[in-house]
Design a binder for this molecule. Structure first.
Ligand code: 1GP
Length: 249
C-alpha cells in the first residue's frame, strides 16, 4: 500500500472523508489553485483531478501543478482514459468501469496507461468504478450499462466482484451533475456486501444529502459541481463547510 492509500486508511479510522473533484476542462489553473487553498482551509481530505472530456495534456498538467503549489493536500488523478495521467499528481485511481459494455473502459485504457503510471512513479490505487443511473456524461462516454436506481443488489454484486478481483476501493457514481445522488438504500446494500472503503459521488450538492449517504454507509463523499458552480469563493466556502458538517457526523 502506498503513501496516499495509507493516508486514506489512517484518516478513515477517525472520520468519514470529503474529496473535492476538479475538472481541468472547466477550471483554470488560477481557479483550481484558489479552490485547493480553500479546500485545505476548511478540512477537505484530498483533491481529485479529472474529467471525461478534455482533461489531458497541458490542460491537466497545469491544473495539477497549480493545486500542488497552493496546497499540501494529496492530489489523486481520476482519469477518463489513459489520457488523464499527469506526472505532477501524487496518486491515480487505477480504476476499471466494471459495468461498461466496452472492454476499452474495463481493461483497455488501463493497459495503455500502465507503463506511463510506472514511468511517472504515480501511486496506483486499484478501484472498482460502478455507474448508476442516470450516469450523465461519464455514463455515455464510458458506454456504461447504468445500474437501475431501484436495483441495489446489482450494484452490490458488481462491488463485491470488484473486491474479489483485488480492487481496494469501490466508487458508486451517479455522474457529475446528476439531479439526484445515488439512492441511500443502494449505498446501504453495497456497504453491507463489501469490506473495502466505499466512495459515493455524483449529484451531491449539500450537507444534508451527504449526511444521508454517510449514514447509509458511504466512507468518502466526492463533490465537484457544488463547488464549481459557486459564484464566489465565499459561497464555495459556505458550501464546503455545510458539506463538512454533513460528512463529519
Ligand atoms: C463526478 O462523482 C463526481 O465524477 C462528482 O459529481 O459534479 O455532481 O458533484 P458532481
Amino acid at each position: 500500500m502506498g503513501r496516499v492509500e495509507r493516508y486514506i486508511h489512517e484518516k478513515l479510522e477517525e472520520n468519514k472523508l470529503h474529496f473535492v473533484l476538479i475538472d481541468p476542462d472547466d477550471t483554470s489553473p488560477e481557479e483550481a489553485s484558489k479552490i485547493a487553498e480553500l479546500c485545505e482551509e476548511v478540512g477537505v481530505d484530498a483533491i481529485m483531478v479529472g474529467g471525461s472530456i478534455g482533461a489531458e495534456g497541458s490542460v491537466l498538467d497545469n491544473v495539477v501543478k497549480a493545486i500542488k503549489e497552493s496546497s499540501s493536500l494529496p492530489v489523486i488523478l481520476f482519469p477518463g482514459s489513459h489520457g488523464g495521467i499527469s506526472k505532477y499528481a501524487d496518486a491515480i485511481f487505477f480504476m476499471s468501469l466494471l459495468n461498461s459494455r466496452n472492454p476499452f473502459f474495463i481493461t483497455g485504457a488501463q493497459a495503455l496507461g500502465a507503463f506511463t503510471v510506472k514511468k511517472f512513479r504515480l501511486e496506483p490505487i486499484p478501484m472498482a468504478y460502478i455507474i448508476v443511473e442516470p450516469g450523465e456524461t461519464v455514463g455515455w462516454v464510458g458506454e456504461a450499462k447504468p445500474i437501475p436506481r431501484h436495483k441495489p443488489k446489482i450494484a452490490a454484486a458488481y462491488a463485491l466482484a470488484g473486491q474479489y478481483l483485488g480492487m481496494r476501493l469501490v466508487y458508486l457514481e451517479a455522474g457529475s451533475g446528476a439531479p439526484e445522488p445515488v439512492p441511500p438504500e443502494m449505498v446501504r446494500v453495497v456497504k453491507s456486501a463489501i469490506d473495502v472503503p466505499l466512495i459515493v459521488g455524483g449529484g451531491i450538492r449539500n450537507g444534508n444529502q451527504a449526511k444521508e449517504l454517510i449514514k447509509a454507509g458511504a466512507d468518502i463523499i466526492v463533490t465537484g459541481t457544488a463547488i464549481e458552480r459557486a459564484k464566489s469563493l465565499e459561497e464555495a466556502k459556505v458550501r464546503l463547510k455545510h458539506l463538512r458538517e454533513g460528512i463529519r457526523v
